[in-house]
Design a protein around this ligand. Structure first.
Ligand code: HEC
Length: 170
């Protein structure tokens, strides 16, 4: 190896080493926590299983995303069901699913074929189970602070304080 080549190699080596060191330093400074999947449920194991089974049987994912998953062959622009339990309670879901015309409760922007169908003919026990399952679907950090406050107080029965860690995250 000639002298000049050694010099070039040395420069490259120094470059790589400094790049690695700078990168390691930057990573160590990055304090943002790994957020992971923000969805969670407060349902019992049993309700999680039976609710998920009903959602599959009734093919809600033809139009809705749930646990981040939906039918890739359909593209109906309907709201995600993830975290929907932060917005409505069990009673609301039951009434919505039982309505002969759900659009009187949530107005639609879509053509009739894409709208939320009525599930009023579903056996009552299934409507109740679905309503309970949906009311337990939660999500962190999606909704406005006032929405989260309502959710927290509904869930825990305790007052939501600004000092709470979740309140600081936007
Ligand atoms: C044909 C498509 C379709 C199917 C199937 C469907 N939905 Fe919907 N759903 C919608 C649309 C679209 C909306 C928004 C309101 C509208 O346009 O009627 C909606 C609204 C909702 C809402 C209110 C959401 C909000 O943010 O206000 C809930 C809850 C819901 N659906 C649950 C379900 C469940 C549970 C199932 C299965 C049992 C289901 N949907 C099946 C299309 C569908």
């Amino acid at each position: 190896m000639r002298k000049g080549e050694k010099g070039i190699l040395a420069v490259i080596a120094v470059f790589i080493v400094s790049f690695t060191v700078i990168n390691m330093y930057r990573q160590s400074q990055d304090k943002s926590p790994d957020k992971g999947i923000p969805f969670y449920t407060t349902a019992s194991r049993e309700l999680q299983d039976s609710g998920a089974q009903l959602i599959r049987d009734l093919e809600c994912r033809k139009c809705h995303t749930l646990w981040g998953i939906r039918d890739p062959m359909q593209s109906v622009p309907s709201p995600s069901l993830d975290g929907i339990g932060a917005l409505y309670d069990e009673e609301w879901f039951y009434n919505y699913l039982s309505a002969a015309d759900p659009q009187t409760i949530v107005p639609s922007r879509l053509k009739a074929e894409y709208q939320m169908p009525s599930y009023s003919t579903l056996p009552e026990i299934e409507r109740r189970m679905l309503a309970e399952y949906l009311s337990h679907l939660k999500v962190e950090e999606w909704y406005l602070p006032e929405v989260r406050k309502t959710e927290y107080e509904k869930l825990t029965g305790k007052e939501y304080t600004d000092g709470d860690e979740r309140a600081d995250q936007q």
